[in-house]
Design a protein around this ligand. Structure first.
Ligand code: TMP
Ligand code: ASP
Length: 248
């Protein structure tokens, strides 16, 4: 028996570095269909213009993401998530990622306020949906269904699936955050192809969404870093604690 199989539990071996993004590094494994995601302490905003290292962030986000992915799977949303490998690493399925970011907004905040001159905090009823091209050098420009199809970034069917799945995630997670007296303001998701199916890829952490306290509307997400409000990881830990995410 190979020595990495102990007591019937296979410990996935980390192979070469495939890709290093702004907050995570992706490694190959001995299984060509699986990858290891390393959540680093690096944080960035404004398409990588502002960066910092925040203690514990990699561990908190890794465990937070695992918790949310499992909740989504339980609700019938298929994701790339397989298992936690260590404090800051997870094993995921290897997807062919689409270069598209899907954003659902329940409340106006961030770029939509600047773009349309609307006040932060107004309810969006119904929640709104936007596609962005994943391209930091071009500041992730907003794109529409026709751009996606004309440029061949995804098929018409995938466009519809991305909308449907992202709204389904919104329903599941709005309730989850409400159970911890929090408001899910908005979030970004990415998808990838896997054996003929579209699966949720990437991560779901306070780095890629906005979460407010329900009573005070205090920001508990990466806006604390973007706006120099301090207590970034402490806020992420507070969100985790309210949802019952086991961190230690
Ligand atoms: P925005 O207000 O900057 O357009 O972002 C909307 C939400 O999506 C917010 O929670 C942050 C998240 N997001 C990312 O995490 N990465 C991105 O590249 C983009 C465009 C948005
Ligand atoms: N555009 C996103 C943000 O401002 C992601 C990033 O730039 O790192 O958070």
């Amino acid at each position: 028996m190979p020595n990495h199989i102990l007591l019937g539990i296979e410990i996935m071996q980390r192979g070469e570095q495939l890709y290093s993004g702004k907050a995570k590094t992706v490694y190959t494994t001995s299984d060509p269909g699986k990858l290891i995601l390393l959540f680093r302490n690096d944080t960035s905003a404004f398409d990588g213009e502002k960066t910092a290292q925040l203690d514990r962030k990699g561990m908190v986000n890794n465990k937070f993401n695992a918790f949310v992915m499992q909740k989504l799977e339980q609700a019938g949303v298929r994701t790339h998530f397989e298992s936690l490998r260590s404090d800051s690493e997870s094993v995921v399925k290897r997807l062919e990622m689409l270069p598209i970011e899907c954003v659902v907004r329940n409340i106006a905040a961030g770029s939509i306020c600047k773009r349309y001159g609307v006040e932060e905090g107004i309810d969006l009823n119904p929640p709104t949906f936007e596609f962005f091209l994943k391209d930091d050098a071009r500041h992730d420009p907003m794109i529409n269904d026709y751009h996606i199809r004309s440029f061949g970034w995804a098929t018409e069917h995938e466009v519809e699936e991305m909308k449907e799945k992202t709204f389904r995630v919104n329903d599941v997670l709005t309730q989850l955050f409400a159970s911890g007296d929090m408001i899910l303001v908005d979030f970004k998701l990415e998808y990838g192809r896997y054996q003929g199916e579209l699966l949720l890829g990437d991560e779901f952490t306070p780095d890629g969404c906005r979460i407010w306290d329900k009573a005070t509307r205090e920001k508990l997400d990466k806006d604390r870093f973007r706006r120099d409000l301090g207590g970034v990881v402490e806020a992420y830990e507070q969100v985790a604690a309210r949802l019952g995410v086991p961190l230690d």
